[in-house]
Design a protein. Structure first.
Lengths: 504, 338
């Protein structure tokens, strides 16, 4: 049996949420001192697996073995006692405390009710020396960079005798040099025999680190690759599986050349490097790429919500303002990525959230026309089938899909000339998704420019008429709808040309 | 039982319940409470708090606070009294005093707004500081003494005249001011933007709201309200000085809390603010009528704050189906990975 030489072995793990199977008999083996990568598209079930291993969720079926012996992990404490630790993306450190205090938080050594600071420092120092970290036990965490904070998190795990450290997208908030530092840390952990389960969307990181790679798709384990078997083509093929060839020859969309958004040479911090593109009325322009590739920043710069350091943005030859208010009046709209945080006001009613961007039309001399406001909201609720259709209901009480309909409806009711969407269907159920696509398409058909940023490859390749893929702050490849396959887009997002699209 | 909790979780249900409890208590112990003249005196007593509470409401809706309202009231009261006195109680002196007082309020309000928005200093800290700064300035200018008003002209009329010989001027001003604030909050674009900004500033920015401007204007409105309260108080007392309106910020904030306003911002209205002021006034009146020594009223005010907030928190939680049972695990949702 494989689990005999594995540190952790999972066999046939199944999990359902509300009757929907999320994991269908997943196997996972992690050897001692191995860096094991886990990849899969959004929604493939990676996070659920981690939560089961760490005792956050209970599995419906299956078994977990540790050192070959069956192990029951019912809660977080169980996982910790068996040497399994997670490094969270949103680090759970206390910025005002120093490294030692953070490492020992909740398990402080004490004598006569007083903490034994010297002893704790000594132990942290010993751990730091053992793994060769570049850390000072007395340094205050708040003054550290993200990479060092991650080291503190790792140290915390090691202080609890962790044998398996799980890292979920640990490089998402790191710069290139910090990433390299993290990789060195991981290398030294591996040398000392600590296993790592490493989850990432970035192929280049997987090459750099992984001894083995498990690929998941739709809640299933689709295969395990050893170090020399990992190639971009193989990995993307496994992640995506058989693509449905549907509707690729649909009729060519009519482009309204008269409605044109032009972006030239855009720079923003170190996130956008000389980005240029043109979007036309009548088409849905998809923007693909990994999280952090600069997509969100790009559309925020266009909208006026972020200030680019250089570059030109023009709508039909006229420069676009740097003020959100003016741009809205000129026909722009933005559906932001973080719906609850940026999309709507939870306490306010459906009616007021819908009308929020349209008081230029619903008021005169600063006074709101109640009649127009009610008519505007009623019409939007009816047109976009917002449920329940009660104007006065706070949007915070609606389902995710209906919240998104409110955010989208706010703009659609204005018949915008340019609608920018950032992950428009994240966290929305399938039925509502298709409704949203339908509204987006209808808007494009009426001649408006629709730009959609999406991480959902199926959505991107199905809905977009043209796809621009970003990689490292610039456009990497452009695909026409007919040529856009999920695997080609995914490869482009990882910085690999396939020849399907046009290199940029 | 569910219906009862639902009723109590509703702000109107709570208000009605509290009023009924008070009415029952007073019907048993002190029927004088129900005399029209008593209601009139309650209304007069709360006029000042009411005006200042209406202003504070703008700031509280944004999740802010203004601790300096008492000091600002003392400032405008002193400015008005000194201006009137030095001009020999002419109408021109009165008008100058009013304008100077309001200008000073606007200035303080702008300082508040700028520090809170552009410098991102917490409103609590900013207004705590200006409370002392403004009070200190009043001490310096007045030399720590009261400015006595010895003329029964226009300045006296402001706080003591009766409209149609029946309704005291402060009540008239209060009612007009409350209506004005209700209109601004409920009928104008500015009002819509204020609620939006209070509820979610980031989302508001993305729909084109100039949130910093909204915050700044709100602090100015709060300052002006405090100033108007101070001027009326000067006229009612026929004197003004550093201790005029001393501790009023406490009463105004009590009105906010007791009125069921969410101090985190985003919800509530003029009705809540006024109801809060009214309740504080009624309870003070009740204690007097019941013969409770005045030394107890401050103590009781503190107890009322806790009681009102506890009731509010408890019922609104219960009516939303939230309970305090901790052992129950939250329902597992389908996780969204990104």
């Amino acid at each position: 049996m494989a689990e005999n030489n594995s540190l952790l072995a999972c066999r046939g793990i199944c999990k359902q949420f509300g009757g929907i199977p999320v994991l269908k008999s997943v196997d996972l083996d992690i050897g001692p001192g191995e860096v094991h990568a886990l990849m899969g598209e959004n929604g493939a079930g990676k996070s659920t697996v981690i939560k089961i291993i760490t005792g956050v969720y209970a599995m419906d079926e299956g078994q977990i073995f540790i050192d070959g012996a069956p192990a029951a992990i019912a809660c977080r404490q169980d996982a910790r006692e068996r040497g399994i630790s997670v490094i969270y993306q949103e680090l759970s450190l206390f910025p005002a405390l120093d490294v030692t205090e953070n490492v020992f938080i909740g398990q402080e050594l004490s004598r006569y009710g007083l903490t034994r600071k010297k002893e704790m420092r000594r132990r942290v120092r010993a751990l730091i020396d053992k793994y060769g970290f570049d850390l000072d036990p007395a340094a205050v965490v708040g003054s550290m960079g993200m990479a060092q904070r991650q080291m503190v998190e790792i140290l915390k795990a090691l202080s609890m005798d962790a044998r398996l450290i799980i890292m979920d997208e640990p490089t998402a908030s790191l710069s290139a040099s910090e990433t390299e530092k993290l990789f060195e840390t991981i290398d030294s952990l591996r040398k000392k025999g600590t296993s790592i389960l490493y989850i990432s969307h970035r192929l280049e990181e997987i090459y750099r680190l992984a001894d083995r790679l498990t690929v998941m798709r739709d809640g299933e384990n689709v295969g395990v690759l050893t170090r020399d078997e990992i190639t971009p083509q193989k990995v993307t093929a496994m992640m995506i599986g058989h693509e449905l060839k549907e509707d690729k020859n649909r009729e060519r969309r009519h482009r309204f050349e008269g409605n044109r958004l032009e972006v030239k040479g855009l720079w923003y911090k170190d996130l956008l490097r000389d980005v240029s593109f043109t979007a036309y009325g009548g088409e849905i322009l998809g923007i693909g790429g990994l999280v952090g590739s600069g997509r969100t920043e790009l559309i925020r710069c266009v909208y006026g919500a972020a200030r680019p350091s250089r570059g030109e943005i023009a709508l039909n030859g006229r420069p676009v303002s740097r003020s959100v208010g003016k741009n809205i009046k000129a026909g722009f709209g933005l559906v932001p990525e973080d719906r609850r945080g940026e999309g709507f006001v939870p306490l306010l009613s459906i009616e007021k959230n819908l009308a929020a961007a349209s008081y230029d039309r619903l008021a005169s001399f600063g006074f709101v026309s109640r009649k127009k406001e009610v008519a505007f909201a009623t019409e939007a609720i009816r047109s976009y089938d917002i449920r329940p259709p009660v104007r006065q209901l706070p949007v915070g009480n609606l389902s995710g899909g209906n919240q998104q309909k409110v955010v989208l409806g706010r703009w659609l009711s204005r018949k915008p000339r340019v609608l920018l969407l950032d992950e428009p269907t994240a966290g929305v159920d399938v039925g509502v998704k298709h409704e949203l696509y339908h509204y987006m398409r209808a808007l494009a058909l009426s001649g408006s420019i629709v730009v959609m940023v999406s991480s959902d490859l199926e959505e991107l390749t199905r809905v977009s008429d043209r796809i621009l893929v970003m990689y490292g702050g610039r456009f990497f490849e452009e695909f026409e709808h007919e040529k856009a396959t999920q695997s080609a887009v995914l490869l482009a997002a990882s910085g690999q040309h396939t020849g399907e699209g046009a290199a940029l | 039982m569910k219906k009862v909790i639902g009723f109590l979780g509703n702000p109107w249900g709570q208000r009605l319940t509290i009023l009924v409890i008070i009415a029952v208590v007073m019907a048993v112990f002190q029927q004088n409470f129900f005399r029209p003249s008593n209601f009139s005196s309650i209304l007069l007593a709360i006029s000042l708090y009411g005006i200042m509470a209406c202003g504070m409401l703008f700031v509280v809706l944004l999740g802010g606070i203004d601790l300096s309202v008492g000091s600002m009231a003392a400032m405008t009261a002193s400015i008005l009294a000194m201006s009137a006195q030095s001009s020999g109680y002419t109408a021109a002196g009165f008008i100058t005093g009013v304008l100077l007082g309001l200008a000073a309020c606007v200035a303080v309000g702008i300082v508040h707004g700028v520090l809170v928005t552009y410098f991102a200093i917490p409103a609590f800290v900013v207004t705590l500081a200006t409370k002392y700064i403004v009070y200190g300035l009043v001490l310096l200018v007045t030399g720590g003494h009261f400015v006595q008003i010895i003329d029964k002209g226009i300045l006296y009329q402001l706080g003591n005249a009766r409209l149609f010989g029946a309704i005291p001027m402060p009540e008239v001003i209060f009612i007009l001011y409350a209506v004005l604030c209700a209109v601004i909050l409920g009928k104008t674009v500015f009002g819509r933007r204020l609620y939006a900004t209070g509820g979610n500033p980031v989302a508001s920015k993305l729909v084109g709201v100039k949130t910093n401007g909204t915050v700044l204007v709100s602090y100015v409105i709060c300052s002006i309200s405090a100033g108007i309260g101070g001027m009326i108080l000067a006229s009612m007392n026929m004197q003004a000085g550093p201790t005029t309106a001393g501790g009023y910020e406490g009463n105004v904030l009590t009105a906010m809390v007791v009125g069921g306003l969410n101090l985190a911002g985003g919800e509530g209205g003029v009705v809540g603010a006024i109801f809060g002021a009214l309740l504080v006034g009624i309870i003070n009146n009740m204690l007097i009528l019941l013969g409770v020594p005045s030394d107890y009223t401050t103590f009781v005010q503190g107890v009322i704050i806790i009681a009102a907030v506890s009731l509010n928190m408890y019922t609104s939680r219960r009516s939303q189906g939230l309970t305090r049972r901790r052992t129950k695990k939250p329902p597992e949702k389908i996780p969204v990975t990104r």
